[in-house]
Design a protein around this ligand. Structure first.
Ligand SMILES: Nc1ncnc2c1ncn2[C@@H]1O[C@H](COP(=O)(O)OP(=O)(O)OP(=O)(O)O)[C@@H](O)[C@H]1O
Ligand SMILES: [Mg+2]
Length: 260
């Protein structure tokens, strides 16, 4: 299972990615969570303490690693073929809940003319994680649609697009959905979040029906999550939260889909 979580800024991508990753660990999977947001904060959601999270160096900034993979000894000439299967063991961080976390850092677009070695390593790594390894992968992506152009989520099999009841986040969801289809992602689902009342629920249901995007889950708003965030706690502590319960149900549905 290779899942990417996308959506407009602040809709709840990191919450969904973190809670889903921990759920899959409890289901017996080996789980790799990838933080592909240039402003990474999945570590805190996974329960990693702030000082440890601060010490994590994103892969794109691991100069020695990048040099060792791509250098040829000739200035300006990089190796384009290298193995990355050792990177996870060396650079992932284990969360207290058993999720392995890999923080990618900034991935620039090849279309923007960036062929720098850091990008080559990250692209090779993402590809390897998605196609060559058998653990469950949950990727938290950058807000908005731009990262789709960078192909960060190209190799995933499932895209969860998180949206809140507002028009703006739904519009962003629609654009991401179109790009996910173009990228050939097999399963793309809408996940409504911060649903506080029936009006909000209705708005998301109507949007999904109008645009033909399968609605996968409606996660209720829960104040406890905002409080947890404000006090720097992991939401995973609040396993009885109704929002977490809905994300767990979403996880169960994804697992059912594996058998089909
Ligand atoms: N169902 C919910 N109920 C209440 N608060 C929520 C819910 N989902 C997310 N939040 C809160 O909303 C805020 C944003 O959530 P989160 O960081 O997961 O969003 P994001 O999409 O990853 O944001 P960014 O685009 O900045 O990465 C956090 O304070 C989080 O606790
Ligand atoms: Mg986030």
């Amino acid at each position: 299972m290779k899942v990417a979580v996308a959506g407009k800024g602040g809709v709840g991508k990191t919450l969904v990615a973190g809670v889903l990753a921990e759920f899959l660990v409890r289901k017996g999977f080996k789980v790799l969570a990838i933080d592909a947001d240039p402003a990474p904060n999945l570590a805190l959601t996974l329960g990693i303490k702030l000082d440890e999270a601060d010490r994590i160096v994103p892969i794109s900034e691991e100069k020695e690693l990048i040099q060792s993979k791509t250098e040829t000894g000739f200035a300006g000439v990089y190796r384009l073929s290298f193995s990355v299967d050792d990177v996870i063991e060396k650079f992932s961080v284990k969360s207290p809940y058993g999720v392995n976390l890999l923080v990618m850092g900034t991935v620039k677009s090849v279309d923007q003319g960036c062929t720098c070695p850091a990008n080559a390593v990250i692209r090779a790594l993402l590809r390897h994680l998605m196609v060559a390894r058998d653990e469950a992968v949950v990727m938290d992506t950058e807000a908005g649609v731009e990262h789709m152009g960078r192909g960060t989520a190209r190799h995933v099999d499932t895209m969860l697009i998180v949206a809140n009841p507002g028009v703006k986040s739904l519009e962003t969801a629609r654009r991401i959905c179109g790009l996910a289809e173009e990228a050939g992602i097999r399963k793309t689902f809408l996940v409504g979040n911060k649903v506080a009342n029936t009006r909000g629920e209705q708005a998301i249901r109507e949007f999904a029906a109008r645009n033909g995007i399968p609605l996968f889950a409606l996660i209720p708003y829960d104040n406890v999550l905002l409080k947890a965030d404000m006090s720097g706690e992991t939401p995973l502590k609040y396993s009885d939260s109704k929002s977490l319960a809905t994300i767990h149900e979403l996880g169960e549905e994804l697992l059912k889909g594996l058998d089909q």
